[in-house]
Design a binder for this molecule. Structure first.
Ligand code: GLN
Length: 451
């Protein structure tokens, strides 16, 4: 019975989540009330699904990992993905920790708690969907949803040893996802298997009139081709993704998994994505620019934190934001308003948009020659907690392999491909597979063969 599954999960959370810290909150009673009504003949009938704490579910908290929304905000509506999960019989259960407003790659930027890697408690789970990945890895969730603006599903999936899919831009509605960078954000599943990933995508994908960027494109059967293998496919290996800066053990694991796909009948082809070196700089102009605009809604008036001491309206805005936002969020707002300001717009924002087009064209050119692209997800296994606290730039650079997919709008998935042993811990490593825009069916087919 669905309520027994929920009881089992609640027990697992009580036993194990103290060490992991994946959950910010969970409400067993209201989940059980939903589960009791769930139609078990539906595709996800009775299955609990955890949500990253930036996806609205009616009546529930939605903190975005921020002090700003910690108290007093309850979602007044369901995000489209939440509504679709419910329509498919699933039971949204549990709110998962994240970097504040999804800004980060380690979940250390959460203002509301620490999440640890279930494979080694001294290490980060990755981020920003660190709670969503850690819960699946720790067995305290069956599957979860996260959001990916520059790698935030794939990177924690890689560090935690689970499957993480970022759908193509426009494949999944963003309605009810608290916006970070609207031209890059996508919601996607974190699961134990590629098949689960396909099943969840099936439910959440498709046109939505509430999000004008959500495409009215046919949604194929994502499970239909999972067993068909990679025989005869061409898989591109971008030389820029296997060069300096990658940990040799990570590289060896990724290359070994690529060789397995070659044995299974695929042809490996060296390709070039020449603008790769500009991806981090481009992203860290565009994403903060959009964030600075999106976060202007947090003004101390409409919802969330309101400073109790203020002299006038401007002071109310200033103090509410000063008190409510953490340091990384402030850094992004400053960066974003700077690159958008008059006199600098052309030099930064406008130029970044041009480079973004070049990055997208690199992929279009590549996908005219290959069916999918193979690469690492992150240059190294999960690092220790605290290492980059004073070095945001170093942290940004670690996003090098994931952010181009968001800039180009294409789909990409992280699949576990082994582990590196370090001081007695087995640290998982992911293989990234990238596919063309709206090419999820074939992407999942390759991922299933790589699993
Ligand atoms: N690490 C990237 C950032 O901090 C990506 C985050 C994300 O995908 N939400 O912006």
């Amino acid at each position: 019975r669905p309520s027994d599954i929920l009881d089992d999960l609640a027990t697992a959370i009580a036993e194990r989540d103290g060490d992991v810290g994946a959950y910010l909150s969970h409400d067993l009673e209201s989940a059980k009330a939903l589960a009791d009504q769930s139609d078990l003949s539906l595709p996800l009938g009775g299955i609990p699904i955890g949500l990253k704490d930036n996806i609205n579910a009616i009546g529930e908290r939605c903190t975005c990992g921020s002090r700003y929304l910690e108290n007093g905000y309850r979602a007044p509506y369901d995000a489209t993905v939440t509504a679709r999960l419910k329509q498919a019989g699933a039971v949204p259960f549990g709110r998962l920790n994240m970097d504040e407003f999804a800004m980060g790659s380690s979940t250390e930027n959460s203002a509301l708690g620490r999440t640890r890697n279930p494979h080694d408690p001294e290490r980060i789970p990755g981020g920003s969907s660190g709670g969503s990945a850690a819960a699946v890895a720790a067995g305290t969730a069956i599957a979860t949803l996260g959001s990916d603006t520059g790698g935030s599903i794939r990177q924690p999936a890689s560090h935690c040893g689970v499957v993480g899919l970022k759908p193509s831009y426009g494949r999944v509605s963003r309605y009810g996802l608290v916006a970070f960078a609207s031209s890059l954000d996508q919601i996607g599943p974190l699961t134990r298997t590629v098949e689960d990933s396909a099943l969840l995508l099936q439910v959440i994908a498709g046109h939505d009139t509430a999000d004008s960027t959500c495409l009215d494109a046919p949604v194929p059967d994502f499970t239909a081709d999972l067993g068909k293998g990679v025989s005869g496919m061409k898989l591109g290996m971008p030389k820029e993704y296997f060069s300096d800066g990658i940990d040799p053990e990570v590289r060896a694991l990724v290359e070994a998994r690529a060789a397995k796909l070659e044995e299974a009948g695929a042809e490996l082809v060296e390709i070039s994505l020449p603008h790769t070196e500009h991806a981090v700089a481009t992203y860290y102009i565009i994403a903060p620019a959009e964030a600075s605009s999106n976060l202007s809604r947090f003004d101390g008036i409409r919802y969330g934190h309101r400073s109790s001491e203020h002299e006038d309206l401007l002071d109310l805005y200033r103090k509410s934001r000063e008190e409510g936002f953490g340091p990384e969020v402030k850094r992004r707002i400053l960066l974003g308003t700077y690159v958008l300001s008059s006199g600098y717009y052309d030099a930064y924002y406008s130029r970044a948009q041009k480079v973004r087009t070049l990055i997208r064209r690199d992929f279009e050119e590549a996908f005219s020659k290959v069916d999918a692209i193979l690469s690492p997800v992150v240059p190294s296994p999960a690092r220790k907690i605290g290492v980059n606290s004073d070095d945001p730039l170093q942290e940004y650079l670690s996003d090098i392999y994931t952010i181009a997919a968001n800039l180009a709008g294409i789909c990409a998935i992280s699949v576990p491909c082994g582990a590196v042993t370090s001081a007695g811990s087995e640290l998982p490593v992911g293989l990234q597979i990238l596919g063309p825009h709206l090419g999820e069916a074939q992407l999942l087919q390759v991922a299933a063969a790589a699993e």
